[in-house]
Design a protein around this ligand. Sequence first.
Ligand code: CA
Length: 473
Amino acid sequence: MWFRLAVGLCCLVLGCQGQGRSASLRRANDDFTGRCQYTFTVDSPAESSCPQAGAGGPEDEGVRTRLTLLEALVSRLMGERGGVAGEAGLRTAEEEEEEKVSQLQQDKEHLSRQVQDLQRRLEELTVETEQLRQRPCHQPQPPRLSTPDIDPAFQLGSGAFQEMKAELSEVPAPPQIQQGQNQAITSTKAQTTSIGGLSLSDDSGFIGCGVLVSVQPPVTHRKADSITGKYGAWFQDPEPLGPPYGPKTVWRIDAVGKEVKQLFAYEDMEQLIRGFPMKVLPLPDAVESTGATVYRGSLYYQRRLSRTLIRYDVATESVAARMDLPHAGFHGQHPYSWGGYTDIDLAVDERGLWAIYSTSKAKGAIVIAKLDPESLEVTKTWETNIRKNTVANGFMVCGRLYTVASYSLPNTTISYMFDTDTNQSSGISIPFNNRYHYNSMIDYNPGNKKLYAWDNYHMVTYDVKLAQSDSIP
Ligand code: CA
């Protein structure tokens, strides 16, 4: 037995250390003895087989001992392999730690940048807050009427621009008329007149109707806050009908947008300056451009995309008359030089209500129509030789049409005059100032002898001087 064990161990050692030798273990049942037989075979350096060995209980012990040795050997090998794996795992863990550290550093830098951004934003907000504190607050007055106060300044982004085109024209005019007109007023003195119940001071000294001789520099009253006020129309009624609206009431339409249907009423100039209307009147039809006017308690305006004129009673807030202006071009057919669908321009003077427009028959020349202020029927028309798209705007004074040469040049002139009494036009040169370089509306108020204009968001007035026509050479 000990021999076999020794041989087995020897073979085991030889099997492990031998070079090119092979060892094998076989287990089988001995049919004769009924025992389990283990056979361990190793090649001999000299022979191809070992002597056959028998089997027995002690052999089992030997085998167990050998197996124990084998297990120890395997365990040792596994331990070595585990050590290698441990080293690899350690390296992997170190790399993971390094990655974590790198990621944390990146996160830290990112958070630092966020903190810096927030600090900058905080500083900006602090500055804004300080500026807001220093700005005076508006104190809106409570609404007196049913319609809520809505200032155009808060109608941001409502509507799109109307189509505009820029065609500048500066028409030279004979200087002799202007020179003569200026001479006519040099010796006058201030007097007071009254039109439509208004007490008026006319420092030209001339009472009643006459020719226009000069226009003073503009006086700015209000600037529109939003894009809807880039251009518009505003007026005071020269002949108001009475409460709730009087001669001090200021009417305003912000004309930018496709559906302009709001008429703002301000109690007076001071309220206009403060910016909060006493009432907003909803109009039944959209307004086209800046040609509207107010006269004898009604707003007169051109309905959008039509030649229809509307008389809107501001007291009853209803349409009092509706009438087409025969053959009138509209929506860009015959506008003023700045475009803006200014095809039909309504005007008021000492003689009543007028329309300034053109027709296909007139081929773009300005046509003047005298309108019945009640029914809007045309009572008479005049065809001029002034091409409408070469002038910036027009207004009527004492039955005479005056046109401004440029809507954008700061120092332009009133360059043409057409007299409906004589049916004659003449070139003139009365200096006129477009202070804000985009004058989209000019109307005359015979009640206070001022021009009302809307110049690039700004609502301005001009004092004018008149003189007797027979004093002009
Ligand atoms: Ca006008």
